[in-house]
Ligand binder design. Structure first.
Ligand SMILES: Cc1cc2nc3c(=O)[nH]c(=O)nc-3n(C[C@H](O)[C@H](O)[C@H](O)COP(=O)(O)OP(=O)(O)OC[C@H]3O[C@@H](n4cnc5c(N)ncnc54)[C@H](O)[C@@H]3O)c2cc1C
Ligand code: SF4
Ligand code: SF4
Ligand code: SF4
Length: 410
């Protein structure tokens, strides 16, 4: 039976829960707002299946000979709705047109992020766009297996740890499965996301940090959330936008909140790593270890390599070892680039983000009952001493001095 000694030893992929033959594993939210398995040991038959398929206990090897392409979707509308170049939709449409099923992350009616599936082209819109919250998978691995065993094509998209969890759960290769993940910075806490929405939209004390805040009444109705809106300030300076209606803004698609990502409190806390899942600071799936067929990312720095593609509407990077996917990408005019160049612009390909002491301070603020928005504001500030410490560690690591010092201390 699975036992989690340290929080960072569980990425919350739910593979153990979905495989347990006795259904004795359920997922429970911890104080930080992340889901972890909880086992009813009296029903456990010690079959060890959960341990055998856990992607953190059975980490894959890094993929070698990965080719990298710069790609955009030629449908401008779809590209504008997507986080980078809209490659996910290109692949998903192909699978649906071949009679397949597509799994991805979407919002539910409470604006929580959950996984689901679609069998139609129209249904793909709910999956488009990055949602910076850990998604709840429910029974999606079970559902995907159901379709695969019936010979349907399945595209499953998710974080690298979710894709590794799916592969381990399936325990065999399916020719009709296409897995799509992305270069992953880390996932924020669903509990913090829930609190943030409550504080901003349902709590009358919210007054600062958005130009449009004064127009919010206590109970607006949200109709859309985009973490990466490109329509207002472009792809590079993307905005966090919430649409809906309120007492003052009666059109159901009015902009209730619109902040540049660097000014929005929730995005600041995410990008400064104060409420990511513990496993994200020690991610076991870097260097393409998820065994995903294709990995997507933003092509930051495109202007230096392919200036002609730099229209600020979004360009994707696609990493793959799969020959038929390479042929498909070339057929949609993708351009190859060296892995070294892509990696220089996107450190999350190979490295986890560092845990700062501000993360502990943030969660201890909440434990003491302090205000969420004020705590994010305070703890997301760069702490000069901490930044100096981390830069020094990075430098020492580069010249291999840190390991030497550690050995001497020991
Ligand atoms: C939490 C998170 C962290 C990321 N970190 C980086 C990074 O450090 N560097 C980088 O270059 N790119 C990162 N990305 C990926 C990037 O933002 C785009 O998703 C990627 O470039 C593909 O974009 P697209 O235009 O092809 O498609 P989009 O239409 O943007 O594709 C969205 C796809 O992502 C999936 N998805 C969205 N939110 C989630 C979620 N919460 N959990 C699981 N799957 C989700 C959807 O199912 C869909 O398949 C991250 C994405 C997420 C969700
Ligand atoms: S050992 Fe088997 S029965 Fe027990 S929790 Fe794990 S999967 Fe379930
Ligand atoms: S990583 Fe996944 S399989 Fe392993 S314990 Fe956590 S939820 Fe279960
Ligand atoms: S950083 Fe790693 S552990 Fe965290 S969500 Fe991404 S793939 Fe999973």
């Amino acid at each position: 039976m699975i036992q989690i000694k340290h929080k960072y030893d569980c990425c919350g992929c739910s593979a153990c829960m979905q495989i347990c033959p006795k259904k004795c594993i359920s997922l429970k939210e911890d104080k930080e707002g992340f889901l972890y398995p909880s086992i009813n040991s009296s029903d456990c038959i010690d079959c060890h299946l959960c341990e055998r398929i856990c992607p953190i206990m059975n980490v894959g090897s890094p993929q070698k000979d990965v080719s990298v392409f710069a790609v955009t979707n030629s449908d401008e509308e779809i590209r504008m709705q997507s986080s980078s170049g809209g490659v996910f939709t290109l692949l998903a449409q192909k699978v649906i047109n071949e009679g397949g099923v597509v799994f991805g992350a979407k919002f539910n009616d409470k604006w929580e992020v959950v996984h689901g599936y679609s069998e139609t082209i129209e249904g793909l819109s709910q999956f488009r766009g990055s949602k910076y919250v850990q998604s709840e998978l429910g029974n999606c691995f079970v559902d995907a297996k159901f379709f695969l065993n019936r010979g349907r094509k399945v595209l499953f998209s998710g974080t690298p740890c979710q894709i590794a969890g799916l592969h381990n759960y399936l325990r065999k290769h399916y020719d009709n499965l296409l897995t799509v993940d992305f270069v992953c910075h880390g996932v924020p806490s669903p509990g913090i996301w829930r609190k943030y929405l409550y504080e901003v939209f349902h709590h009358s004390t919210y007054k600062k940090n958005t130009a449009s805040a004064s127009s919010l009444n206590s109970m607006p109705v949200i109709t859309g959330i985009e973490f990466r809106d490109k329509t207002l300030n472009g792809w590079k300076k993307f905005s966090f936008v919430v649409r809906g209606k309120s007492a003052l803004k009666t059109d159901k698609n009015s902009v209730l909140l619109s902040d540049m990502h660097k000014d929005n409190l929730y995005m600041k806390g995410f990008l400064r790593n104060i409420y990511l899942r513990p496993s994200c600071y020690h991610c076991a799936f870097k260097s393409f270890r998820s065994q995903s067929d294709i990995t997507l990312a933003d092509f930051w720095g495109v202007e230096k390599f392919y200036p002609e593609m730099n229209d600020d509407k979004g360009v994707s990077l696609a990493f793959t070892c799969n020959r038929s996917l390479k042929e498909f990408l070339l057929s949609v005019c993708a351009k190859e680039i060296p892995l070294k160049y892509a990696a220089n612009q996107n450190p999350s390909i190979f490295r986890s983000v560092r845990m700062r002491r501000n993360r502990d301070l943030f969660f201890s603020d909440l434990k003491k009952g302090k205000d969420l928005l004020e705590s994010i504001e305070k703890r997301a500030r760069w702490d000069r001493r901490e930044t100096f410490r981390l830069t020094l560690i990075k430098l020492l690591e580069k010249v291999h001095l840190l390991n030497l010092i550690k050995k001497i201390i020991r």
